[in-house]
Design a protein around this ligand. Structure first.
Ligand SMILES: [Zn+2]
Ligand SMILES: [Zn+2]
Length: 318
């Protein structure tokens, strides 16, 4: 494990010195070295994740596809979404736009006496064991994600954005990041806020993000796979999440506000709130009003069309 961490550190340093640092000096941003070094870590994590996706999840998709691939163009759009999100282009925009605002806000809050909860100090000897606090933080973030996801389906304006994610009829391991950019932006802000409130240590935050993203990529993969009766109740599987995306269930429950299998990592939330459905099989995915040929709704055939339509529908136009 230590060797792996060393290897990662070396790679980060190399990537920084050979690519990021020259770029910084070239563009006159030499003062941002420290932030850029952290940014390089995220870039490297993104590159490693994409390699893992292609090699491992890609092989699974080839070996046991849930459905045949008929629309490669739509998959290519999802690859664009994934590269934007995982290689840091989206984060970079956030960094220059919203980060200064956040820093200012939390800086002010600290001045006024606010301090994070530090949940790991809750029960000395237990909650400060690294893996215990990691599980605790994972559960808190995952619960926030569950509530956020319920809201995306509950409110019409929020659904207008989230429909971009659901409009993929050729769901694959690339579909996790297919989200409206405004939606990604709100979600990121909520997660940063939560991590500030509960005081997650940076190293654990990195682990949480990496683990969550990998489970999300797998749960969207076009693969006939579940984790068994108990496993499916412990961790969100491709079968479990595919049902959330299924066209049929939207149809049968009359609209996107209702539904099943909202959990991102742990199905326990769906079980607790009565929204879980197991052993569903592998149904076609999409939005219910997209299904019919006549009068079907367009959710955008290109990246920009999806973004523009999302905003228009958010304001009730269309
Ligand atoms: Zn959803
Ligand atoms: Zn999804």
């Amino acid at each position: 494990m230590n060797n792996l961490i060393e290897l990662f550190d070396d790679a980060q340093q190399w990537l920084f010195e050979s690519l990021v640092q020259p770029l910084l000096f070239h563009t006159g941003l030499g003062g941002m070295i420290e932030d850029a070094y952290t940014g390089t870590m995220w870039l490297l994590i993104g590159i490693l994740q994409i390699i893992l996706l292609v090699v491992v999840f890609g092989t699974l998709q080839k070996l046991r596809p849930a459905e045949p691939v008929v629309d490669r163009r739509q998959i290519r759009i999802d690859i664009v979404y994934t590269l934007i999100h995982r290689l840091g282009i989206f984060k970079l925009v956030l960094f220059f736009s919203i980060q200064p605002l956040w820093n200012e806000l939390f800086g002010q809050a600290h001045v006024l006496g606010f301090s994070p909860l530090h949940l790991d100090e809750l029960w000395p000897g237990v909650t400060d064991i690294p893996w215990v606090s990691l599980v605790m933080y994972l559960l808190i973030f995952d619960f926030v994600e569950y509530v956020y996801h319920r809201a995306q389906h509950r409110y019409a304006w929020f659904w207008a954005l989230h429909a971009v994610h659901h409009s993929q009829r050729q769901m694959t391991m690339w579909s996790d990041n297919r989200n409206h950019l405004l939606d990604s932006f709100i979600r990121d802000a909520v997660l940063v806020l939560v991590s500030q409130l509960i005081g997650v240590p940076p190293a654990q935050f990195v682990l949480i993000v990496v683990f969550t993203q990998l489970v999300e990529s797998l749960s969207h993969a076009n693969v006939r796979m579940h984790f068994g009766t108990w496993g499916d109740r412990l961790l969100v599987s491709p079968m479990f999440h595919r049902f959330h995306h299924s066209i049929e269930y939207d149809e049968s429950t009359a609209g996107p506000a209702h539904g099943h299998n909202f959990s991102v990592l742990f199905p326990v939330w769906d079980v607790l709130f009565g929204t879980a459905k197991f052993n569903t099989g592998y149904l076609p995915t999409g939005v219910h009003d997209q299904q019919r040929q006549e009068g079907s709704r367009d959710y955008g055939q290109t990246f920009w069309a999806q973004q523009v339509l999302g905003i228009r529908r958010m304001f009730g136009r269309d």
